[in-house]
Design a protein around this ligand. Structure first.
Ligand code: ADP
Length: 491
């Protein structure tokens, strides 16, 4: 029993510990992820600000009148074209982070579409498609010159396929892409700055792509300290939890040992008391029987009271012995043939006097004949007697006590109901505990709280189960089921 308490306590503690660790890991992961996201947001904002300032600075070097003059495919031959292209080329050379620069405007035919004006690589937009390889342009610097795709050069009026929303927003004012994106230049972020004419009207937009590969690396690297921090925190939590569980288990062990020693002591004391009490009982019996000479009425009365108290004391001592045995797992059950007819008649007779004294209605529902079965007589009797005496004790005068007994398929089903004081809800979970008494009777009705503990132990020790239902002011029903074997022969 003690072992069971100890192991169930450490088992549930291990679960609580595991739960704490899981919650701690989840919390640490969430907090770290949140901090990481915030840092990435800050870094991205910072990058955007830098990009915006690059884009707006570059646009100051572009002459809007040059842009206004570049409209058709043939316009690349104009001096304004080379001026603008070279201007952008220079900007690119001065800032190694810029991978590409280009200018676009809204299509004259359809303002919902964008068309290119020029870019930093297309001094000759046909350099990659003519037959002269000496003027080829490797726009993305990957060592391969492709006429289309990555190294496609632009000419005025060429379609800008699938422009992002930010490209349109840039006609209102400088902006950047919201997300990084990947193209033939690697991870890129684009900044847009409007090119406005003398009257302040946006006639085109200058787009600047900057390399963000380093940035991605930096943001990824910011995750490492967070991961390290999280791992460290989780480790500390796990170590602390293990330590706490160990300390707690040690305490549980110490308490269980103290409890065991207390029960052992209780058993020893009860055992030592049992012998002299029995001797006193028998001495009083022989005194009352007149073995030591006749007593007058006064002396008989006193001796009778003493005998009654000795019997109560003997019952209490045997109850304490039982409690200690159950607690130490040393309850010894000896099944023996039991004539249930005689067994229940005897028990019911014990409670009859108090039933009559309290003017209770006592209803007995039980089969007329009962079998002879194999059961531990002392423990089974103690159980039934305890339930009956409790029902009588906790029911006010003129109430009702009902005793039900059924024997079906080798199982004894017994219940004792009363119309007594009931057990308050808050006490019900502890009512089978050792020495527990409910708050509504603790100071008003005599008792010691051992009976139900022993009764439940006795039933469970014989493979049965016990339970109850109760409502304050209405009454209580205690029930048990006990499997039993029929005995052959006579009890
Ligand atoms: P005791 O009756 O000596 O106090 P028990 O172990 O037999 O000890 O019962 C424990 C407690 O359970 C009682 O103190 C009482 O609070 C409650 N109890 C038991 N039986 C009844 C009942 N029939 N009606 C109301 N309360 C009960």
């Amino acid at each position: 029993m003690e072992k069971k308490i100890k192991s169930s306590a450490s088992f549930s503690l291990t679960w609580i510990g595991a739960l704490i660790v899981i919650v701690a890991i989840a919390l640490t992961a969430i907090v770290s992820w949140f901090l990481y996201q915030k840092t990435v947001e800050l870094l991205t904002d910072n990058l955007r600000q830098r990009l915006l300032s690059i884009a707006t600075t570059q646009v100051a070097n572009i002459d809007p009148e040059d842009i206004a003059s570049l409209n058709t495919e043939e316009d690349w031959k104009k001096p304004q074209w080379s001026r603008v292209v070279l201007q952008m080329k220079k900007a690119k050379q001065n800032n190694e982070n810029i991978v590409f620069m280009y200018i676009f405007r809204k299509s004259a035919d359809d303002p919902s579409k964008l068309v290119f004006v020029t870019d930093a690589e297309s001094l000759n937009p046909y350099a990659n498609t003519d037959n002269d390889s000496s003027n080829d342009v490797d726009a993305n610097g990957d060592g391969i010159v492709e006429a289309d795709g990555a190294d496609q050069l632009q000419w005025p009026g060429q379609d800008y396929p699938e422009p992002p929303d930010e490209a349109f927003e840039a006609f209102e004012g400088p902006t950047t892409n919201r997300e990084l994106y990947e193209d033939s230049y690697g991870k890129v972020l684009t900044g847009y700055a409007p090119i406005r004419n003398a009257s302040g009207v946006t006639i085109a937009v200058l787009a600047t792509d900057i390399k963000a590969d380093d940035f991605s690396l930096i943001t990824r690297q910011t995750l490492y300290p967070f991961l390290l921090f999280s791992t460290f925190l989780v480790l500390i939590i796990v170590i602390l939890s293990i330590l706490l569980i160990k300390i707690w288990n040690k305490r549980v062990e110490i308490f269980a040992e103290i409890d065991r020693q207390k029960d052992e002591l209780l058993g020893i004391v009860a055992h030592q008391l049992a012998k002299p009490i029995t001797a006193i009982r028998w001495d009083l019996e022989s005194l009352l029987d007149g073995d030591l000479g006749q007593m007058n009425e006064e002396q008989k009365k006193d001796a009778n009271v003493m005998r009654g108290q000795a019997v109560n004391l003997a019952d209490l001592v045997s109850m304490i012995l039982d409690v200690s045995r159950i607690q130490l797992g040393k309850m010894q059950l000896t099944p023996q043939p039991l004539n249930l007819n005689e067994f229940f008649t005897e028990i019911l007779q014990v409670v009859e006097p108090t039933v009559e004294q309290k003017k209770l209605r006592f209803i007995k529902n039980m089969p007329k004949t009962l079998p002879i079965v194999l059961l531990d007589k002392r423990y089974t009797r103690m159980t039934v007697e305890n339930l009956l005496t409790n029902a009588v004790k906790y029911t006010p005068d003129s109430g009702k006590v009902t005793f039900d007994l059924k024997i079906e398929n080798g199982i004894m089903r017994c219940s004792v109901s009363d119309t007594g004081c009931g057990i308050p809800k808050e006490d019900q979970g502890k009512i089978f505990g050792k020495m527990y008494r409910a708050s509504n009777v603790r100071n008003t009705v005599e008792g010691n709280g051992f009976g139900l503990y022993v009764a439940k132990g006795a039933i469970e020790g014989q493979g049965g189960k016990m339970w109850f239902t109760s409502e304050v002011g209405k009454g209580t029903t205690f029930s048990f089921e006990l499997p039993m074997k029929e005995a052959s022969g006579k009890a």
